[in-house]
Structures are given as structure tokens and as C-alpha cells.
Design a protein around this ligand. Structure first.
Ligand code: PNS
Length: 166
């Protein structure tokens, strides 16, 4: 039988436990998930692509069927190139819906053979996002239960380094 491969695209700036939850649950539906860092032109990244890859790889080392990659270009082109069948995305609250719906429809317009599959975020992570976690961490908030340990450490190092430069 053909391998079922999904691409899970995102900024992952940084990866959160909400993302990991989507990947773990996605692995019950797909044989393999390629977690791909792409450019979101509406967001300015905080961590470099290299740092984001490293944090994802460490966080996913117990999941051999999850691969980490980066791509600079159109998502549907990448999905096609990798021989994947689907784009996997997580959906949190209603506030995500319009953005996700628009992106899924545009991707389908660009390539009708690629389906977008949504998983509802587990209730536990419904209020988390990389942005809100970064904001809390920036002002000294404890985000250790919302991110993998490597991310918690990196956030501390990065914000500490920034303070020193002031
Ligand atoms: O985690 P994000 O920032 O919501 O992810 C958005 C992302 C990176 C998946 C999206 O911006 C993207 O697909 N960027 C690559 C360019 C592209 O193909 N855009 C889709 C056409 S609408």
C-alpha cells in the first residue's frame, strides 16, 4: 500500500507542546509526517531557521516517523516534490478559522490534488501559541509546561542575551 505522508507546515517560532500534540495525533493517521519550516511573510521570526530546526529535531527525537525540514517557496510545490498526499494543520479556536480556511482554499486552488487535513487542538493547548508564549517568556513568565524543555532553555538564553545588550 502507498505510504501516507503529510506535510505539517508552519513557522514553529518556536515549537510548542500544542504543535507536538498535533504531530503525535497526526502520526495515528499518517505513516510519516514531514514537519517543514516555511516562510510566513506576515511574521518576523524570532529564532533563526537553524535554531527552529534544532529545537524541533530535539523535541521529536522519540518520533522516528517525523522528519524536520525547511523550504523557501510555495507550500504546495514542496508537498508535491516530497510525494506527500496532505497538508496537516492544527486548528485552535474560531479565531483561527478564517485564516486557515483562506489558506486551505488558496492551496487547493494552486494544486487540487493536495488535501488539507485539520486536527482540532487538544483543549489543554487551546490558548497557547508561539507568539503568546514568547511574550510571556520575554517578561519572565514561566512557560515551562507549554514548551519542550529545549525551547524553555532557548527562550531563557535568548531573552537573557537581549537584556545584556540593553
Ligand atoms: O505557523 P504559521 O505562521 O501559521 O504558518 C504559515 C505558513 C508558513 C504555513 C504559510 O505562511 C505558508 O504556507 N508559507 C509558504 C508560502 C505559501 O505557500 N503560502 C500559501 C499560499 S496561501
Amino acid at each position: 500500500m502507498q505510504e501516507r505522508i503529510a506535510v505539517y507546515p508552519g513557522s514553529f517560532d518556536p515549537v510548542t507542546k500544542g504543535h507536538l500534540d498535533i504531530i503525535e495525533r497526526g502520526l495515528t493517521l499518517f505513516d510519516r509526517i514531514i514537519v517543514t519550516i516555511l516562510c510566513n511573510p506576515y511574521k518576523k521570526s524570532f529564532f533563526t531557521a537553524k535554531e527552529r530546526v534544532e529545537m524541533l529535531e530535539i523535541s521529536l527525537k522519540t518520533h522516528p516517523n517525523a522528519e524536520v525540514d525547511t523550504y523557501d517557496g510555495l507550500l504546495v510545490d514542496y508537498v508535491f516534490q516530497r510525494g506527500a498526499n496532505a497538508i496537516l494543520r492544527g486548528m485552535r479556536a474560531v479565531s483561527d478559522f478564517e485564516y486557515e480556511f483562506q489558506m486551505a482554499l488558496m492551496n487547493r486552488k494552486l494544486n487540487r490534488d493536495i488535501q488539507t487535513v485539520f486536527l482540532m487542538t487538544s483543549l489543554r493547548w487551546i490558548y497557547t501559541s508561539s507568539s503568546i508564549i514568547k511574550q510571556a517568556a520575554q517578561f519572565g513568565g514561566d512557560v515551562s509546561d507549554m514548551v519542550p524543555p529545549v525551547v524553555n532553555q532557548k527562550l531563557k538564553e535568548k531573552f537573557l542575551a537581549r537584556d545584556c545588550k540593553k
